[in-house]
Design a protein around this ligand. Structure first.
Ligand code: COA
Length: 240
């Protein structure tokens, strides 16, 4: 199965969205920085693969996309997409030029009520989780509504699958013990007001694998949409 993607300027950068979202979250980065933003299976315009249940299952599709499209790429992932980026590196180091994790972590435990809600009380949970995604001072209603629509369009089954995959994703101890080493340049970007993946998760990568950490002021979990200019500036500086 071929993944659908968004590209405006060709470049060896592959962007991976987070739980219940789509390639459209990267619109500002694809336009200014360049590269390919993909829809993971079952998201946006990509058909689903019912066999998917883990981060590794998603990562296999990213490995395949890179090998067909650009051979080698910087892999840039948000939240669940950051977990998929790490797994892409572990599955196919030779295909990865560098890693950028945006609002992500080495472990992504999910609040049990969010997990339960995506399965059993989908619409209310979608609305509630949308509030947690943005810094309260971010007033762009259009952007907030767009993300809510993406989550509602993804539906209960896909959202539960994504958050469940996050909840099971846990490389924390392996990094701590030095069993995982990152031998490519690595950047972590996080909003200082991110309540879902707080800056602590990014600093962890600074400590254990020497990643560069950039904390963006007055931004939440959707930092690439909340502060596109700052995020693009950091990305361009890292990728140059
Ligand atoms: N990087 C570094 N440290 C991490 C980490 C990460 N990715 N994930 C957890 N930790 C740390 C915690 O900060 C905590 O440290 P502390 O003991 O010094 O306070 C410790 O590891 C244990 O954390 P965790 O396993 O997450 O258990 P918890 O009981 O602290 O919390 C949740 C469980 C679900 C309540 C919590 O993870 C949470 O609030 N998550 C954010 C909400 C959410 O749903 N996010 C969605 C992510 S996609």
């Amino acid at each position: 199965m071929e993944l659908k993607f968004l590209v405006k300027k060709e470049a060896p950068y592959v962007y991976i969205h987070g739980s219940g979202c789509s390639k459209d979250i990267w619109i500002h980065q694809v336009s200014e920085v360049g590269g390919y933003a993909i829809d993971l299976p079952g998201h946006g315009e990509s058909p689903d693969d019912e066999k998917i249940s883990t981060v590794e299952d998603y990562a296999k599709y990213v490995v395949d996309f890179i090998s067909k499209k650009v051979k080698k790429a910087y892999v840039i992932g948000h939240s669940l997409g950051g977990a998929v980026a790490q797994m892409t590196y572990l599955l196919a180091k030779e295909s990865v030029l560098g890693l950028v994790l945006v609002g992500s972590g080495a472990r992504l435990r999910v609040l049990p009520e969010i997990l339960w809600g995506f399965k059993n009380d989908f619409k209310n949970t979608a609305y509630k989780s949308n509030d947690l995604l943005f810094y309260e001072g971010f007033n762009n209603k259009d952007v907030r509504d767009k993300i809510l629509r993406q989550i509602l369009n993804s539906g209960s089954k896909i959202c539960f699958r994504d958050f469940n995959a996050c909840d099971k994703f846990d490389l924390l101890e392996k990094y701590k013990k030095g069993e995982i080493k990152i031998d490519v340049p690595m950047l972590c970007i996080v909003g200082d007001k991110d309540v879902l993946t707080p800056p602590k998760y990014a600093y962890f990568f600074g400590d254990v694998v020497g990643a560069r950490v950039e904390v963006i002021k007055n931004a939440g979990h959707m930092v690439m949409l909340e502060k596109p200019e700052e995020v693009n500036g950091v990305l361009i500086d890292f990728l140059k």
